[in-house]
Design a protein around this ligand. Sequence first.
Ligand SMILES: [Zn+2]
Length: 348
Amino acid sequence: MGSANPSANANGNANEGDESLADGGELHKFIFEGLPVRGMLVRLTGAWTQMLQRREAAGGYPEPVRRLLGEMSAAAVLMQSNIKFNGALILQMQGDGPVKLAVAEVQPDLSLRATAKVVGEVADDARIEALLNVHGQGRCAITLDPTDRQPGQQPYQGVVPLNGEDNEPLQDLGRVLEHYMLQSEQLDTTLVLAANDQVAAGLLIQRLPMQGESNLAGRSLASEEDEIGRNEAYLRIAMLAATLKREELLTLGADTILHRLFWEEDLRRFPAQTGITGPRFACTCSPGRVGRMLVGLGREEVDGIVAERGEVEVGCDFCGAQYRFDAVDVGKLFVPPADQGPGSGTVQ
Ligand SMILES: [Zn+2]
């Protein structure tokens, strides 16, 4: 395994010490004083352009897919920041159209990665229905995968269709995720998302559960449902947020956006998260992980590929790193751990 080629390792670690880390993006959190409403604004810059650049070697994505993936990346950062959870948040769209799968994954430290699998022609004006929901089978799944997951423990997953209340196909990722937040978290949420090739950005406004309302023991479902869509302060602020245009979200700074939208509100902002505390691109792939994936395929399968091609080559769909395993590497992979002498592990 130690012979996964050197350039692959360099690729895999390119985000470390990279000067572009500093401008990966920024996350701004704020609350509305005295009101049960909070908000977040994310702007991904370097984090987003690095993901696109890494994909270019593999041919890049059509424009509508880039836009979707950018919006997913921004949304996934907002949702990760919105929950108190030690693990990865994985926003995944599975489709029955030209996009089979699109994934954005954000770690608790806000490092993120995203990828999409495109199998067919994508029209220039394609939105969610034409990309993922041609036959009404498209799904959006949010998975919370705990960092310290025990063997056998399943990650939590919530799934929503890409159709609305009246079965109408949804065209906007913001609507899909608002639907998800309402269904699985019983939370009123407004999401405005936008992406181009330089910036992926999002604004989230959410009604905070009242004191005790989220307490399972004392929770009355009926009274909670009464609250959904009824809180006047939330509705006012959500309406202001919904006036934000995609173009403004992409081109204006956070200060300008928040001032323009909420200048009449008593906004309390928290220090911006940027640089090492902010959103940034990082891939979690490694020779060890790829090795475990090969072990999962089974010795016969892997030996067959080596016999045919001399080596197994595995590319990371997220960052483009290439991992190569020759016959010797493969032999080491399938040695039971007890048979490996101390110090024989070469995976770093
Ligand atoms: Zn990778």
